[in-house]
Design a binder for this molecule. Structure first.
Ligand code: 13P
Ligand code: SF4
Length: 302
């Protein structure tokens, strides 16, 4: 452990703090985390921790969800500017208009969204539970926000429902091109292509497996293949290599990197633990409205 990592360990004990980290943050940050996972796993952990302080190593919608699900805890964000552009990509006026057009509409909101957007949703989903939750809804008409690619992936699995899509996207996953994937497959013909559903439909069409970051890691760890092509942010390589030191992993082509997730550093974690700076605040009104679809997700995902 480095000096910085030792200092974090000491501060965690002093402050009764717990560190949650998404798989996309830097390796050295994942090394100091108490819990590392995909968005669904981290939202469940946030409801169960006994710590007084949660340091959330991820982007702001993740810290907001942790605070909403666990309002009595202090949630600290190592970098307040780490924000997901896709989380803002939906228009509430369009939601209102569609609700008038389809009285039976369910607004299904990917957890990668601001709390302000979640307030307009009937249920939240993550990449690992979206299909299951949409199937469980009684509604026939689904407006899926903000990610169009995930929405289209879910719609394919649930053909009996009518979907309306929104034009939001993740710039990291949408940057992966099918030509790059085909070139990677040609270079590594024995390697299954494992991909996140935020990728474009023509990229998903080339997949051997489609899933959340945790699901991709689980698949690679249990599959007998010795090499894999990875179609998600390359922070997952830390856990993939840890669990599978004898296997090889190749990027789908564009060295996928989320610049916002990479803003989190050990120095910034130390700063917030020492000072209590960058606390996540959510107003009571916002919390009570955004909590409803999040809790509904946790119930339906059981
Ligand atoms: P999950 O696997 O957690 O859904 O990751 C996707 C993502 O882009 C998080 O920002
Ligand atoms: Fe947002 Fe994409 Fe980065 Fe995830 S990887 S935080 S969806 S920009």
């Amino acid at each position: 452990m480095s000096d910085l990592q030792n200092r974090i360990k000491q501060l965690k004990q002093e402050k009764n703090a717990v560190i949650l980290a998404h798989y996309y943050v830097h390796d050295e940050v994942q090394e100091v985390a108490d819990y590392i996972g995909d968005s669904y796993y981290l939202s469940k952990v946030a409801t169960k921790t006994d710590a007084d302080i949660i340091v959330f190593c991820g982007v702001s919608f993740m810290g907001e969800s942790a605070k909403i699900l666990n309002p009595e805890k202090t949630v600290l964000m190592p970098d307040e500017t780490a924000d997901c552009p896709m989380a803002h990509m939906a228009d509430t006026e369009r939601i209102d208009a569609l609700r008038k057009e389809y009285p039976d509409l369910a607004v299904v909101c990917y957890i990668n969204s601001t709390a302000a957007l979640k307030c307009h949703a009937d249920v939240c989903v993550t990449s690992s539970n979206a299909v299951r939750i949409v199937k469980a809804l009684p509604n026939q008409h689904i407006f899926f926000i903000p990610d169009e690619n995930l929405g289209r992936f879910v719609a394919e699995q649930v053909p009996d429902k009518h979907f309306i899509f929104n034009d939001g996207f993740c710039h990291v996953h949408a940057a992966i091109q099918s030509e790059q994937v085909m070139a990677a497959k040609k270079a590594h013909p024995a390697a299954p292509f494992l991909v996140h559903p935020e990728c474009r439909p023509d990229v998903l069409a080339l997949a051997d497996f489609i899933g959340s970051t945790s699901e991709i890691i689980d698949y690679a760890s249990s599959d007998e293949s010795k090499e894999f092509i990875i179609g998600t942010e390359l922070g997952v390589l830390y856990e993939l290599k840890k669990q599978n030191p004898d296997k090889s992993f190749y990027s789908a082509g564009s060295a996928q990197c989320c610049p916002n997730m990479k803003k989190i550093s050990l120095e910034k974690i130390i700063h917030v633990l020492e000072t209590g700076d960058h606390e996540m605040h959510v107003t009571d009104e916002l919390r009570s409205q955004a909590n409803r679809p999040l809790e509904r997700m946790l119930e339906l995902a059981q």
